[in-house]
Design a protein around this ligand. Structure first.
Ligand SMILES: Cc1cc2nc3c(=O)[nH]c(=O)nc-3n(C[C@H](O)[C@H](O)[C@H](O)COP(=O)(O)O)c2cc1C
Length: 162
């Protein structure tokens, strides 16, 4: 293992790329506009109460939308939903991202995508600004367990499945 006093961001990026993750779509609703983006910066925080953390880049349109709305939904994708993961990673107008995507809504009003592994509907209880990202801690207010399906996995900059 090599070390350095000034860590090379490219080595960091390559190493993190070797670490497989699941893929989620984080959605929110600000006023009457739906926002959403593909995310793998997501961490389960605690069971009591159920809570999780999502990391959103300052550059993402969804980031200020979550900061304003104080709610979000984490939709966990199946391997069948790769095209949704690809679309929500693009820089598109919010309306374009949600075009023809089957969804429903519950209490917060944010989009819950049909056919996912499940969804956690959260209200923001803490927010931290770290470098060029905002970390939002969400307490789960409603949850849905969806399809018992193969999860979508991101590894070495590619989508794959288990
Ligand atoms: C597999 C994958 C994981 C991603 N994870 C994150 C993430 O955790 N946080 C983030 O801010 N962006 C992440 N992105 C990038 C966003 O999806 C992308 O910047 C998106 O265009 C932002 O959309 P918005 O500007 O409409 O919010 C990821 C992209 C991919 C393909």
């Amino acid at each position: 293992m090599s070390g350095s006093s000034s860590p090379d961001p490219d080595v960091f990026r390559r190493l993190m790329g070797r670490w497989p993750t699941g893929v989620a779509i984080v959605t929110t609703r600000d006023g009457s506009t739906d926002y959403g983006l593909t995310v793998n910066g997501l961490l389960s925080i605690s069971l009591h109460p159920p809570s999780l953390l999502v990391s959103l880049g300052d550059d993402a349109d969804s980031c200020p939308a979550v900061a304003r709305s104080r709610i979000f939904v984490a939709n966990f994708l199946t391997a069948q939903q790769q095209s949704i993961g690809e679309r929500f990673a693009l820089s598109l107008a919010p309306g374009e991202k949600f075009r023809d995507v089957p969804l429903h809504r519950r209490g917060t009003g944010a989009a819950i995508l049909d056919g996912s592994l499940g969804a956690l509907e959260c209200r923001v209880v803490a927010e931290f600004h770290v470098s060029d990202h905002r970390l939002f801690v969400g307490e789960v207010v409603a949850q849905e367990l969806g399809a018992e399906a193969s999860p979508l996995v991101f590894h070495r900059s590619h989508y794959t499945e288990l």
